[in-house]
Design a protein around this ligand. Sequence first.
Ligand code: PEP
Ligand code: MG
Length: 541
Amino acid sequence: MRTVQGKTVFDGVAVGRILFFGKKQETVKRERIENAEEEKKRLMEALDVSLDQLTVLYEKALKEVGEANAAIFEIHQMMLQDGDYLDAISNMIVSQKVNAEFAVATTGDHFSQMFASMEDEYMKARAADVKDISERLIRVLMGSAEQEVTSQDSVIIIAEDLAPSETIQLDKSKVKAFVTRLGSMNSHTAILARTMNIPALIGVEIDADWDGLMGAVDGSSSSLFIEPEEEILERLDQKKKQQEEMKEMLFELKGKESVTKDGRKINLYANIGNIGDAGAALMNDAEGIGLFRSEFLYLEQDHYPTEEEQLKAYKTVAETMAGKKVIIRTLDIGADKQVDYFEMEKEENPAMGYRAIRICLDRTEVFKTQLRALFRASVYGNIAIMYPMIISLDEVRQIKIIVEEVKKELLEAGIEFGEVEQGIMIETPAAAMISDLLAREVDFFSIGTNDLTQYTLAIDRQNPKLDAFYDSHHEAVLRLIEMVVKNGHKEGIWTGICGELAADTTLTERFLEMGVDELSVSPTFILGVRKAIRNCDLSQI
Ligand code: PEP
Ligand code: MG
């Protein structure tokens, strides 16, 4: 038996025969052509066929994984039609008198290297997409068929990398897991794997010779076992059974209230990062959305999302949640979330730098566009707005002035909007310390324990070396939380927690004792937290 380690993209246990998915690399030869116009015509015909193939993939993905995840194939269509990309290929055909296949392969390499060398993690991940579209075009030009991912039963796919179009074609009934050497936690493939519920590891030093051997994936330890021993298989089997039992037990909690034994009702909401996650929130019985990280809209684009684009996204989530509360957090970029078109200067200390509300109060047009979209979307559901990274009363007052301007402009333009609750995130020690004053200005508090821990303990949350020191159970963090809840209640506003700590069931009872009114967690943790809430009895306090 051999054991190799990677990083878990999606947790779970899987056992099956290993199938090495070696990309059938088309060998592209450089050939001299006589008629460049003819060659360009071949290219355009292949482009049409490729676009049609992508439409088929889009439709399939739409049914299986929802609009947000299917969007990658629309993006591929857009990339294929990109003027710079097509011009570069055509110019090469004409100037060097080379065949279309060679021009596509060379241009694809150049573009994907360009993306791979970018600093922004999101743009880096696009290198795989450029490779994917170029390979598709080459396959069509050469008349070769798309590679079948698998035709066998229960396989663990190992590959150098899996392109998004390959991931979506995985037959879920046959593929038990996938393991790749490349790929990032932010790649579309990783996102799709999570949505498709397929255990997945990345960063594993794979070996083509494992093809046909038995394999076992254990997401909780990020391990792939090759030819696993009986003892390992038994242990994993146990684990799988436990996970399934747990899931079944938790599913029995669907439709039940999030209420303590002594009858206190807690609002149990979901954290989401895109429209597609709203489906997962509903499937796991979320009672609302406690944190919609709106920055995905900005990260997924190469331009400032327009008011209409944002309206569409917010309206979709509001309608999907059908009247349940949807708390949308305004743009929180900066620090680990960089967007190229914002053209922000490099900073020595980005976590403490130009980010979130600081950008919005500085670039008010960007902020106002988002606010207009949010207020307009409020007629389609129960939308609330939340502002991140607050440190002062002055910021809240500035926000209020801008919000009033936006409302006035909408009124003057005869555009409808609804009543919108407005709250702030408490994620800096400064905000926690003045929460008595802030509570008079807003409708609710939502405590962001991820940043609150980082700033209270002076520990960079991005630095893996400091994981051992990042103690969110630190008494300083817990006391700040308690203080915020008390100050909120004194002024009659509700207070929730939306940082990762909200899902820590070893703290549920303590949070409820403090008086926390709402917990907002990733969709997969909702039923586990509901169970913990229902086990609490606060009558003795
Ligand atoms: C937090 O800081 O706890 C939070 C919820 O915000 P984010 O993780 O997006 O910074
Ligand atoms: Mg935060």
